[in-house]
Design a protein around this ligand. Structure first.
Ligand code: MTE
Ligand code: HPA
Ligand code: MOS
Length: 751
């Protein structure tokens, strides 16, 4: 259909989400005889396990099995990359809540009660509970890696001004509404079907196969949708699914593992907290001449995906700016926290905040306007556009989003009004802040940038669409359906959307790095095109015209003359009768990516997505509380596949980012136990925290490169970075260039 691509079609499940008819995993009909599994969490953050006492749990009513590490049929290893990450702690406990055993029982209540009856003799070891503590004698999980250019020592020595800084940035709990959950159903001959709330069915398949000691071909992982994921169901979903599968294998019956929220929050990884230490050299105008920075991430107790997070933080540490001489060192240290993981932005937001910390303090030191200092240092224009790792940014788009967001907000008028307000109000202070971001799109590991799809056309003209991407609320399924409807030029309701399954499309990547529609869109496009070309051949033979003249248009297939027309359904049936296959797979691999991790050089991204935001806040100097009064966002989505979905992503990401930087605080007690494990102690934004004036729009007339999917751009993660405008507005209101994040009322009051 002419109006399918680029149309603001609603999410395919919008109505069923709103009416409660959309099925999440816990709504799926439970198989007969299904059992329930529960995890036994470790009571301490660090210690040597002398003995695990499971007899009382095994004797608990309804208990079918208590699974200890030595009972795991295959390997006790759930590492998403490499190996050596235990599913059940063996020998040592590395973080509080680390699973020690799995209990399987008839009911969930029995399983949870029996799990609480497991005890362990653990000899305590001193835990490492902060980045600063870890840095005293660091155990590096990743790196540290160095990105450098120019003669740093000379440039620093020659700089007219120098300044150094230190900033702390907290982690973030994903707080997906649907918690981690898996349903494992054992079949014949070692088969295992696992319904999993996962962004990464293939990794789930691999991890399940490893713990079961089965080939991948025996394991099928399926996911219709997640109730939110945000990176939290990339690797963590895999071990949840694996635990359910081990329980099903040992009990010989289907079982479900659904974590209580408190345990979900304690036992699954979070966004990496970061510590920034830097020195900058600059001139009297605020032009940065030399930057020496060290970024350290809290990786938690094990590697997980910290390698990728560090790489993305490093490649985003200059964000949209240019500094001629620099050294940025970034690594992840081991601590006795839960292993930190992917979270919307995947280290990119943490990396990109470095420059705003620096620019804000430089502007303050010079008494200059931050936006003038920002503009002076943008990549492109007078400055080189190339990033320190060797890939060019589009300086004109950087400047466009900055100018447009400021124009939308009426920056100068806001400034004047805020000054007048602050001059008269005794205790409230307003502030204005901006943020500009350039976010690289592609998985940091080049080979992950591939996708597959499977498309069937049936003889009534209806189409069944399957691809490797997963739906977590972001609208991927409707976007890919739009792509396929566009290829066949049929109405959107001809497309039957299906659950993601390792059985239909194998060897997939996670739906992550915002690449879902870029990768799966092309794969589905290619599958659909294969079938369309075959159908065109059938139509050409029927009409007696050249294949090149066949045109698919608005549900019809046209030849050269006016009376040469068939409905899409008629042609489908005709193709079947001609014994032409109406089923095809499609594949896509992003071209031109290259990355040398050791040298920190290459072209790791297919393109960049640009965005800018302006936020206005008011703070109460007596309580430290604040409100975001307005926000104006401009996000580059290329030529959007679906502007309504994209706007939802922009708004949602911004508010989620606001929560990260202002109210969401992870708090561990002195023993290293996370105590913010529920909504009463961990404050995510609510509807009333959304700015009353909130304008999010897509950058106009900015098509992506010609070989992108219909010239669209990815949108899932980039707008999260724009929330840093709120942090800048808070710094402005407080008159303090240094504010650690999250800027909780306590922190703001102290400042
Ligand atoms: N939007 C919703 N509603 N729920 C989610 O869990 N995850 C985000 C983003 N938007 C998420 C979301 C993250 S972390 C990523 S990487 C992308 O969606 C993944 O989907 P995409 O590649 O299709 O954009
Ligand atoms: N983003 C998200 N997940 C990933 C990435 C990435 O860049 N690389 C590997 N896994
Ligand atoms: Mo998103 S953090 O790449 O799942």
């Amino acid at each position: 259909m002419k109006h399918t691509l680029g149309a603001s079609l609603r999410h395919d499940s919008a109505l069923s989400h709103a009416t409660g008819q959309a099925r999440f995993l816990d709504d799926v009909a439970e198989p007969a005889g299904m059992l329930h599994a529960a995890l036994v969490p470790a009571p301490v953050a660090h210690g040597r396990i002398a003995a695990l006492h499971t007899a009382a749990a095994a004797a608990w009513p309804g208990v079918m099995a208590v699974i200890r590490p030595e009972d795991i049929p295959g390997e006790n290893d759930i590492a998403p990359i490499g190996s050596g990450e235990a599913m059940l702690a063996e020998g040592v406990v590395e973080f509080a809540a680390q699973p020690l055993a799995i209990v399987v029982a008839r009911t969930r209540d029995e399983a949870l009660a029996a799990a609480a009856a497991v005890t362990a003799d653990i000899t305590p070891l001193p835990p490492i509970l902060s980045i600063a503590q870890a840095l005293l004698d660091p155990h590096w999980l990743v790196g540290p890696h160095t990105m450098a250019q120019g003669d740093l020592a000379a440039a620093m020595a020659a700089a007219p001004h120098r300044l150094s800084g230190r900033m702390e940035l907290g982690g973030q709990e994903h707080f997906y509404l649907e918690g981690q959950i898996a349903l494992a159903i054992p079949g014949e001959d070692g088969d295992m079907l696992v319904h999993s709330s996962t962004q990464h069915p293939t990794e789930g398949q691999h991890v399940i196969a490893h713990v079961l000691g089965e080939p991948y071909s025996r394991v099928q992982v399926q996911c219709r949708r997640m109730g939110g994921a945000f990176g939290g169901k990339e690797s963590n979903a895999s071990w949840i699914a694996a635990a359910a599968a081990v329980a099903a294998r040992i009990a010989g019956r289907p079982d479900k593992l659904r974590l209580p929220r408190k345990l979900d929050m304690a036992v699954t990884g979070k966004r990496h907290p970061f510590l920034y230490q830097w020195e900058v050299g600059f001139d009297g105008d605020g032009r940065l001449l030399a930057l020496d920075a060290r970024l350290t991430a809290d990786g938690g107790h094990s590697l997980d995906m910290s390698g990728g997070v560090v790489m993305r933080a490093l490649t985003h540490s200059l964000n949209a700016y240019h500094v001629a001489a620099l050294r940025v060192v970034c690594g992840a240290v081991k601590t006795n926290h839960v292993s930190n993981t992917a979270f919307r932005g995947f280290g990119g937001p943490q990396g990109a905040m470095l420059m705003d910390d620096v620019l804000g303090r430089v502007a303050h030191a010079l008494g200059a306007e931050m936006e003038a200092v920002r503009a002076l240092n943008f990549a492109g224009g007078q400055n080189p556009a190339e990033t320190p790792y060797g890939q060019a940014l589009e300086g004109d788009l950087v400047r466009r989003v900055h100018a447009e967001a400021r124009a939308d907000a009426g920056w100068d008028a806001r400034r004047a009004e805020i000054a007048a307000f602050n001059a008269t109000h005794p205790t409230l202070r307003r502030g204005l802040g901006c943020f500009v971001s350039a976010f690289g799109i592609s998985f940091g590991i080049p080979h992950l940038n591939q996708a597959g799809a499977l498309v069937h056309v049936y003889t009534d003209g209806s189409i069944r669409l399957n691809h490797g991407g997963t739906e977590m609320g972001q609208g991927l399924f409707i976007k890919i359906a739009q792509v396929v409807a566009g290829v066949f030029s049929v109405p959107i309701d001809s497309i039957g959307i299906t659950a993601t399954s390792t059985e239909q499309v194998p060897n997939t990547s996670a739906t992550a790095a915002s690449t879902g529609s870029d990768l799966n869109g092309w794969a589905a496009h290619n599958a659909a095109e294969t079938i369309r070309d075959r159908m065109a051949g059938v139509a050409a033979a029927h009409f007696g015209c050249p294949v090149g003249a066949i045109c698919f248009e608005d549900g019809e297939v046209l030849g050269v003359s006016g009376n040469q027309r068939l409905t899409f359904a008629e042609l489908a049936k005709m193709a079947w009768k001609a014994r032409v296959s109406l089923s095809a797979t499609g594949f896509y691999a992003t071209p031109e990516l290259e990355w040398d991790m050791a040298a920190v050089r290459g072209k790791p991204f297919f393109y960049f997505s640009y965005g800018a935001a302006v936020a206005e806040v008011v703070i109460d100097t007596l309580t430290g509380e604040h409100r975001v009064l307005r926000a104006h966002l401009v996000q580059d989505c290329g030529r959007s596949l679906n502007p309504a979905i994209d706007r939802g992503q922009i708004e949602g990401a911004f508010v989620q980012g606001m929560g990260w930087l202002t109210s969401e605080e992870l708090w561990w007690d002195a023993q290293g136990r996370l105590r913010t494990i529920g909504p009463s102690t961990y404050k995510i934004p609510g509807s009333r925290d959304v700015p009353p004036i909130f304008e999010a729009r897509l950058l106009e007339s900015a098509p992506n490169r010609a070989d992108s999917i219909f010239r669209s751009k990815a949108v899932g993660e980039p707008p999260l970075l724009l929330a840093a405008a709120v942090w800048n507005a808070l710094r402005d209101a407080a008159g303090r260039p240094h504010l650690d994040c999250p800027v909780t009322p306590e922190r703001l009051l102290m400042a």
